[in-house]
Design a protein around this ligand. Structure first.
Ligand SMILES: Cc1cc2nc3c(=O)[nH]c(=O)nc-3n(C[C@H](O)[C@H](O)[C@H](O)COP(=O)(O)OP(=O)(O)OC[C@H]3O[C@@H](n4cnc5c(N)ncnc54)[C@H](O)[C@@H]3O)c2cc1C
Length: 392
């Protein structure tokens, strides 16, 4: 008989996990608390490791038409002067990226997860992790007003930053405000940045823009703000914050329909999770390792987790599988979390003008090749080899 896996959360990480587990022969139930399966209307950069993960999930073909190929060109200051310039033409394959609309990726994963038993309006509010071997795990879920307990051979906590499942794995972890908030907009403009991924570092802020479709440019403005700041007019607030930055920053913001503008306060885990598995429960994506968005790796590492999970955890050998998953994923994601925090300290959290000028000066002197090759170590990721009985 196939093992039964229950996935808590039907975001990008949860659906990708469902796809990986289905391919490995699991029966999969996905429990999503929202009233339907959907994603926020914004974009992100799919990096080479994310592409590799999607291919390992059997979605290589679909991924090719998912997004828009981009040229990573480096980072500029608020006046548009280079801080670090990449040689885009000769950039290694691992630095290639694609601009992707999150809803398109989510839709693709939802279609690929059609063999799973998908439940929306189903909120998980507790997990008993069970033990290996022996006891099943139990998931407490309320669906349409009815609460029940589901038994599972394996539970995947893919329920995001404020994971309920994480409490059963590493209860010491808390969610902490990072001091930063991020606008995310989609501008309808077609000709402001070509195919470049534009990135700017300022004092106490960072701005980036990338094409996600022929007529859509996704941009983010990551700024220092007190938690829960509320602007009556978000577009006007973003325009004011970036008014004196080099074009096309203000023009991109001005070309945004206010209905396609979001702002979210950005949180991190403190302390970082020391464990991402307990008993029959594993954590994945933000539930395991929510990270600052400064390396653009939240989605990409969630996809890696899912691809690895499907390859190393098999119904018949859970004890080894859960241990293999932890060993594969903990160190790597912890390293990327740390690096994202370091990039935040250098890139966007600095506010003192002298410190910003010193940073920009030092960055201009640093060998760009060395920076690119240290980033390549993140993007060059390969999934674990499939176990011998894997169906791929
Ligand atoms: C402002 C901002 C900018 C970002 N920019 C980037 C970027 O450029 N690139 C990048 O790679 N990443 C970026 N990220 C990070 C990225 O959004 C996350 O890392 C990624 O979405 C994590 O996916 P996930 O599936 O683990 O979690 P989520 O997307 O949070 O999905 C969790 C799902 O679980 C559901 N859920 C929650 N609780 C329960 C429950 N109790 N029961 C059942 N279901 C539940 C939720 O409704 C949701 O559908 C950014 C994040 C922020 C906040």
């Amino acid at each position: 008989m196939n093992g039964h896996a229950v996935v808590a959360g039907g975001g990008i990480g949860g659906l990708a996990a469902a796809v990986g587990l289905l391919r490995a022969g699991w029966e999969v139930t996905v429990l999503e608390s929202a009233p339907d399966f959907s994603e926020v209307g914004s974009g992100f950069a799919l990096t080479a490791n994310g592409v590799t993960a999607l291919s390992a999930l059997g979605l290589g073909e679909e991924t090719r038409s998912l997004g828009h190929p981009l040229r990573a060109e480096g980072t500029r200051d608020v006046h548009g002067r280079w801080i670090a310039r990449l040689d885009a033409e000769n950039a290694p394959e691992s630095l290639r990226l694609h601009g992707v609309h999150r809803q398109r990726l989510h839709g693709m994963l939802l279609a690929a997860a059609h063999g799973a038993d998908l439940h929306h309006s189903a909120t998980v509010h507790g997990v008993e992790p069970g033990s290996l071997p022996g006891e099943f795990a139990r998931v407490h879920v309320t669906e349409n007003g009815t609460t029940r307990r589901l038994s599972a051979d394996l539970v995947v906590g893919a329920d995001g930053l404020r994971s309920v499942v994480r409490a059963g794995v590493d209860p010491a972890v808390r969610v902490r405000y990072s001091g930063m908030s991020s606008w995310r907009g989609i501008a309808g403009s077609t000709d402001l940045i070509g195919d470049a991924f534009r990135a700017y570092w300022g004092p106490a802020a960072e701005f980036g823009a990338l094409r996600i479709d022929q007529g859509e440019i996704y941009w983010y403005g990551y700024v220092r703000l007190p938690e829960h700041t509320d602007f009556s007019d978000e577009l006007d607030a973003a325009l004011t914050r970036f008014a004196d930055w080099a074009e096309p920053v203000p023009a991109l913001i001005a070309a945004t329909d206010p209905r396609r503008l979001l702002r979210h306060d950005v949180y991190e885990l403190s302390p970082t999770a020391h464990r991402i598995a307990a008993g029959r429960v594993v954590l994945l994506g933000d539930a395991a390792h929510a990270m600052l968005p400064t390396m653009g790796q939240g989605v990409n590492t969630a996809l890696e987790d899912a691809a690895a999970l499907g390859r190393v955890v098999r119904p018949g050998e859970l004890i080894d599988g859960v241990a293999r998953y932890s060993a594969e994923r903990y160190g790597r994601t912890r390293g990327i979390q740390r690096r994202s925090a370091m990039m935040a300290r250098i890139g966007s959290h600095l506010s003192n003008p002298a410190a910003v000028a010193a940073r920009n000066g030092l960055m201009r002197l640093a060998p760009v090749g060395a920076m690119a090759s240290s980033s390549s170590r993140i993007f060059d990721w390969l999934p674990p080899a499939p176990l011998p009985d894997a169906d791929d």
